[in-house]
Design a protein around this ligand. Structure first.
Ligand code: HEC
Length: 174
């Protein structure tokens, strides 16, 4: 099937879905595949955290955006990649090589500085947008959380979290 046909078909699908599902004016962001996205909030003060739906660009990231469950939990490939990312993005500098805590807190849980980090949605929001006391967005203040090419993508954050969870007794998907 060529690209043009795909565009036509997905266009028709969108019209059909709008016609039957939408009772008017629902502008809620959709995570690709016309799935409703969760409402993300900042860890700083719980205000809305807007993340462009198109940044959720893998099936795992899309699934997370609509359910809050991290599909990479227990996936050894993702955990291995998550560990490399944790090093590459200097999370180790403040949290230690095994996320055991250094100048920054331990990430092993189950007790967290911010209790919401016991959930994968909460930890995602913390890593994406940072905190007021030393944790920059995506670990560094200089990364632009609206730009997937700048720093970690949502899919990569989920893999980092999957690795972090290997150290604790909770998966965050409870
Ligand atoms: C410059 C040091 C620094 C770097 C780099 C850094 N962090 Fe942090 N992080 C902190 C500090 C300090 C806190 C505690 C923040 C607070 O209390 O507001 C924190 C908090 C956190 C928390 C919440 C912990 C809790 O108990 O609630 C998570 C999760 C986290 N960081 C993950 C990461 C990840 C993943 C990276 C890499 C992408 C990273 N951090 C990079 C300093 C850092």
């Amino acid at each position: 099937m060529n690209k043009f046909n795909l565009v036509v078909i997905s266009g028709m699908l969108a019209v059909a879905l709008t016609a039957c599902g939408n009772k008017g004016g629902d502008k809620t962001a959709l995570a690709g595949n016309d799935v409703k996205m969760l409402d993300f909030v900042t860890t700083q003060d719980g205000t809305p955290l807007v993340i462009k739906p198109e940044l959720f660009d893998t099936s795992q990231a899309k699934q997370f955006a609509s359910t809050g469950k991290n599909p990479y939990i227990g996936n050894t490939d993702a955990e291995t990649k998550g560990k490399k990312l944790f090093q590459a993005y200097s999370c180790t500098q403040c949290h230690g090589g095994d996320a055991q805590g250094q100048t920054g807190p331990s990430l092993h849980g189950p007790d967290f500085h911010y209790p919401k980090n016991a959930t994968n949605k909460g930890m995602f929001e913390t890593i994406w947008h940072g905190t007021n006391n030393g944790m920059g967005a995506k670990g560094k203040g200089l990364m632009d959380p609206t730009d997937a090419s700048n720093g970690l993508s949502p899919d990569e954050v989920l893999q980092v979290i999957a690795w972090i969870r290997t150290h604790g007794k909770i998966t965050g998907n409870e």
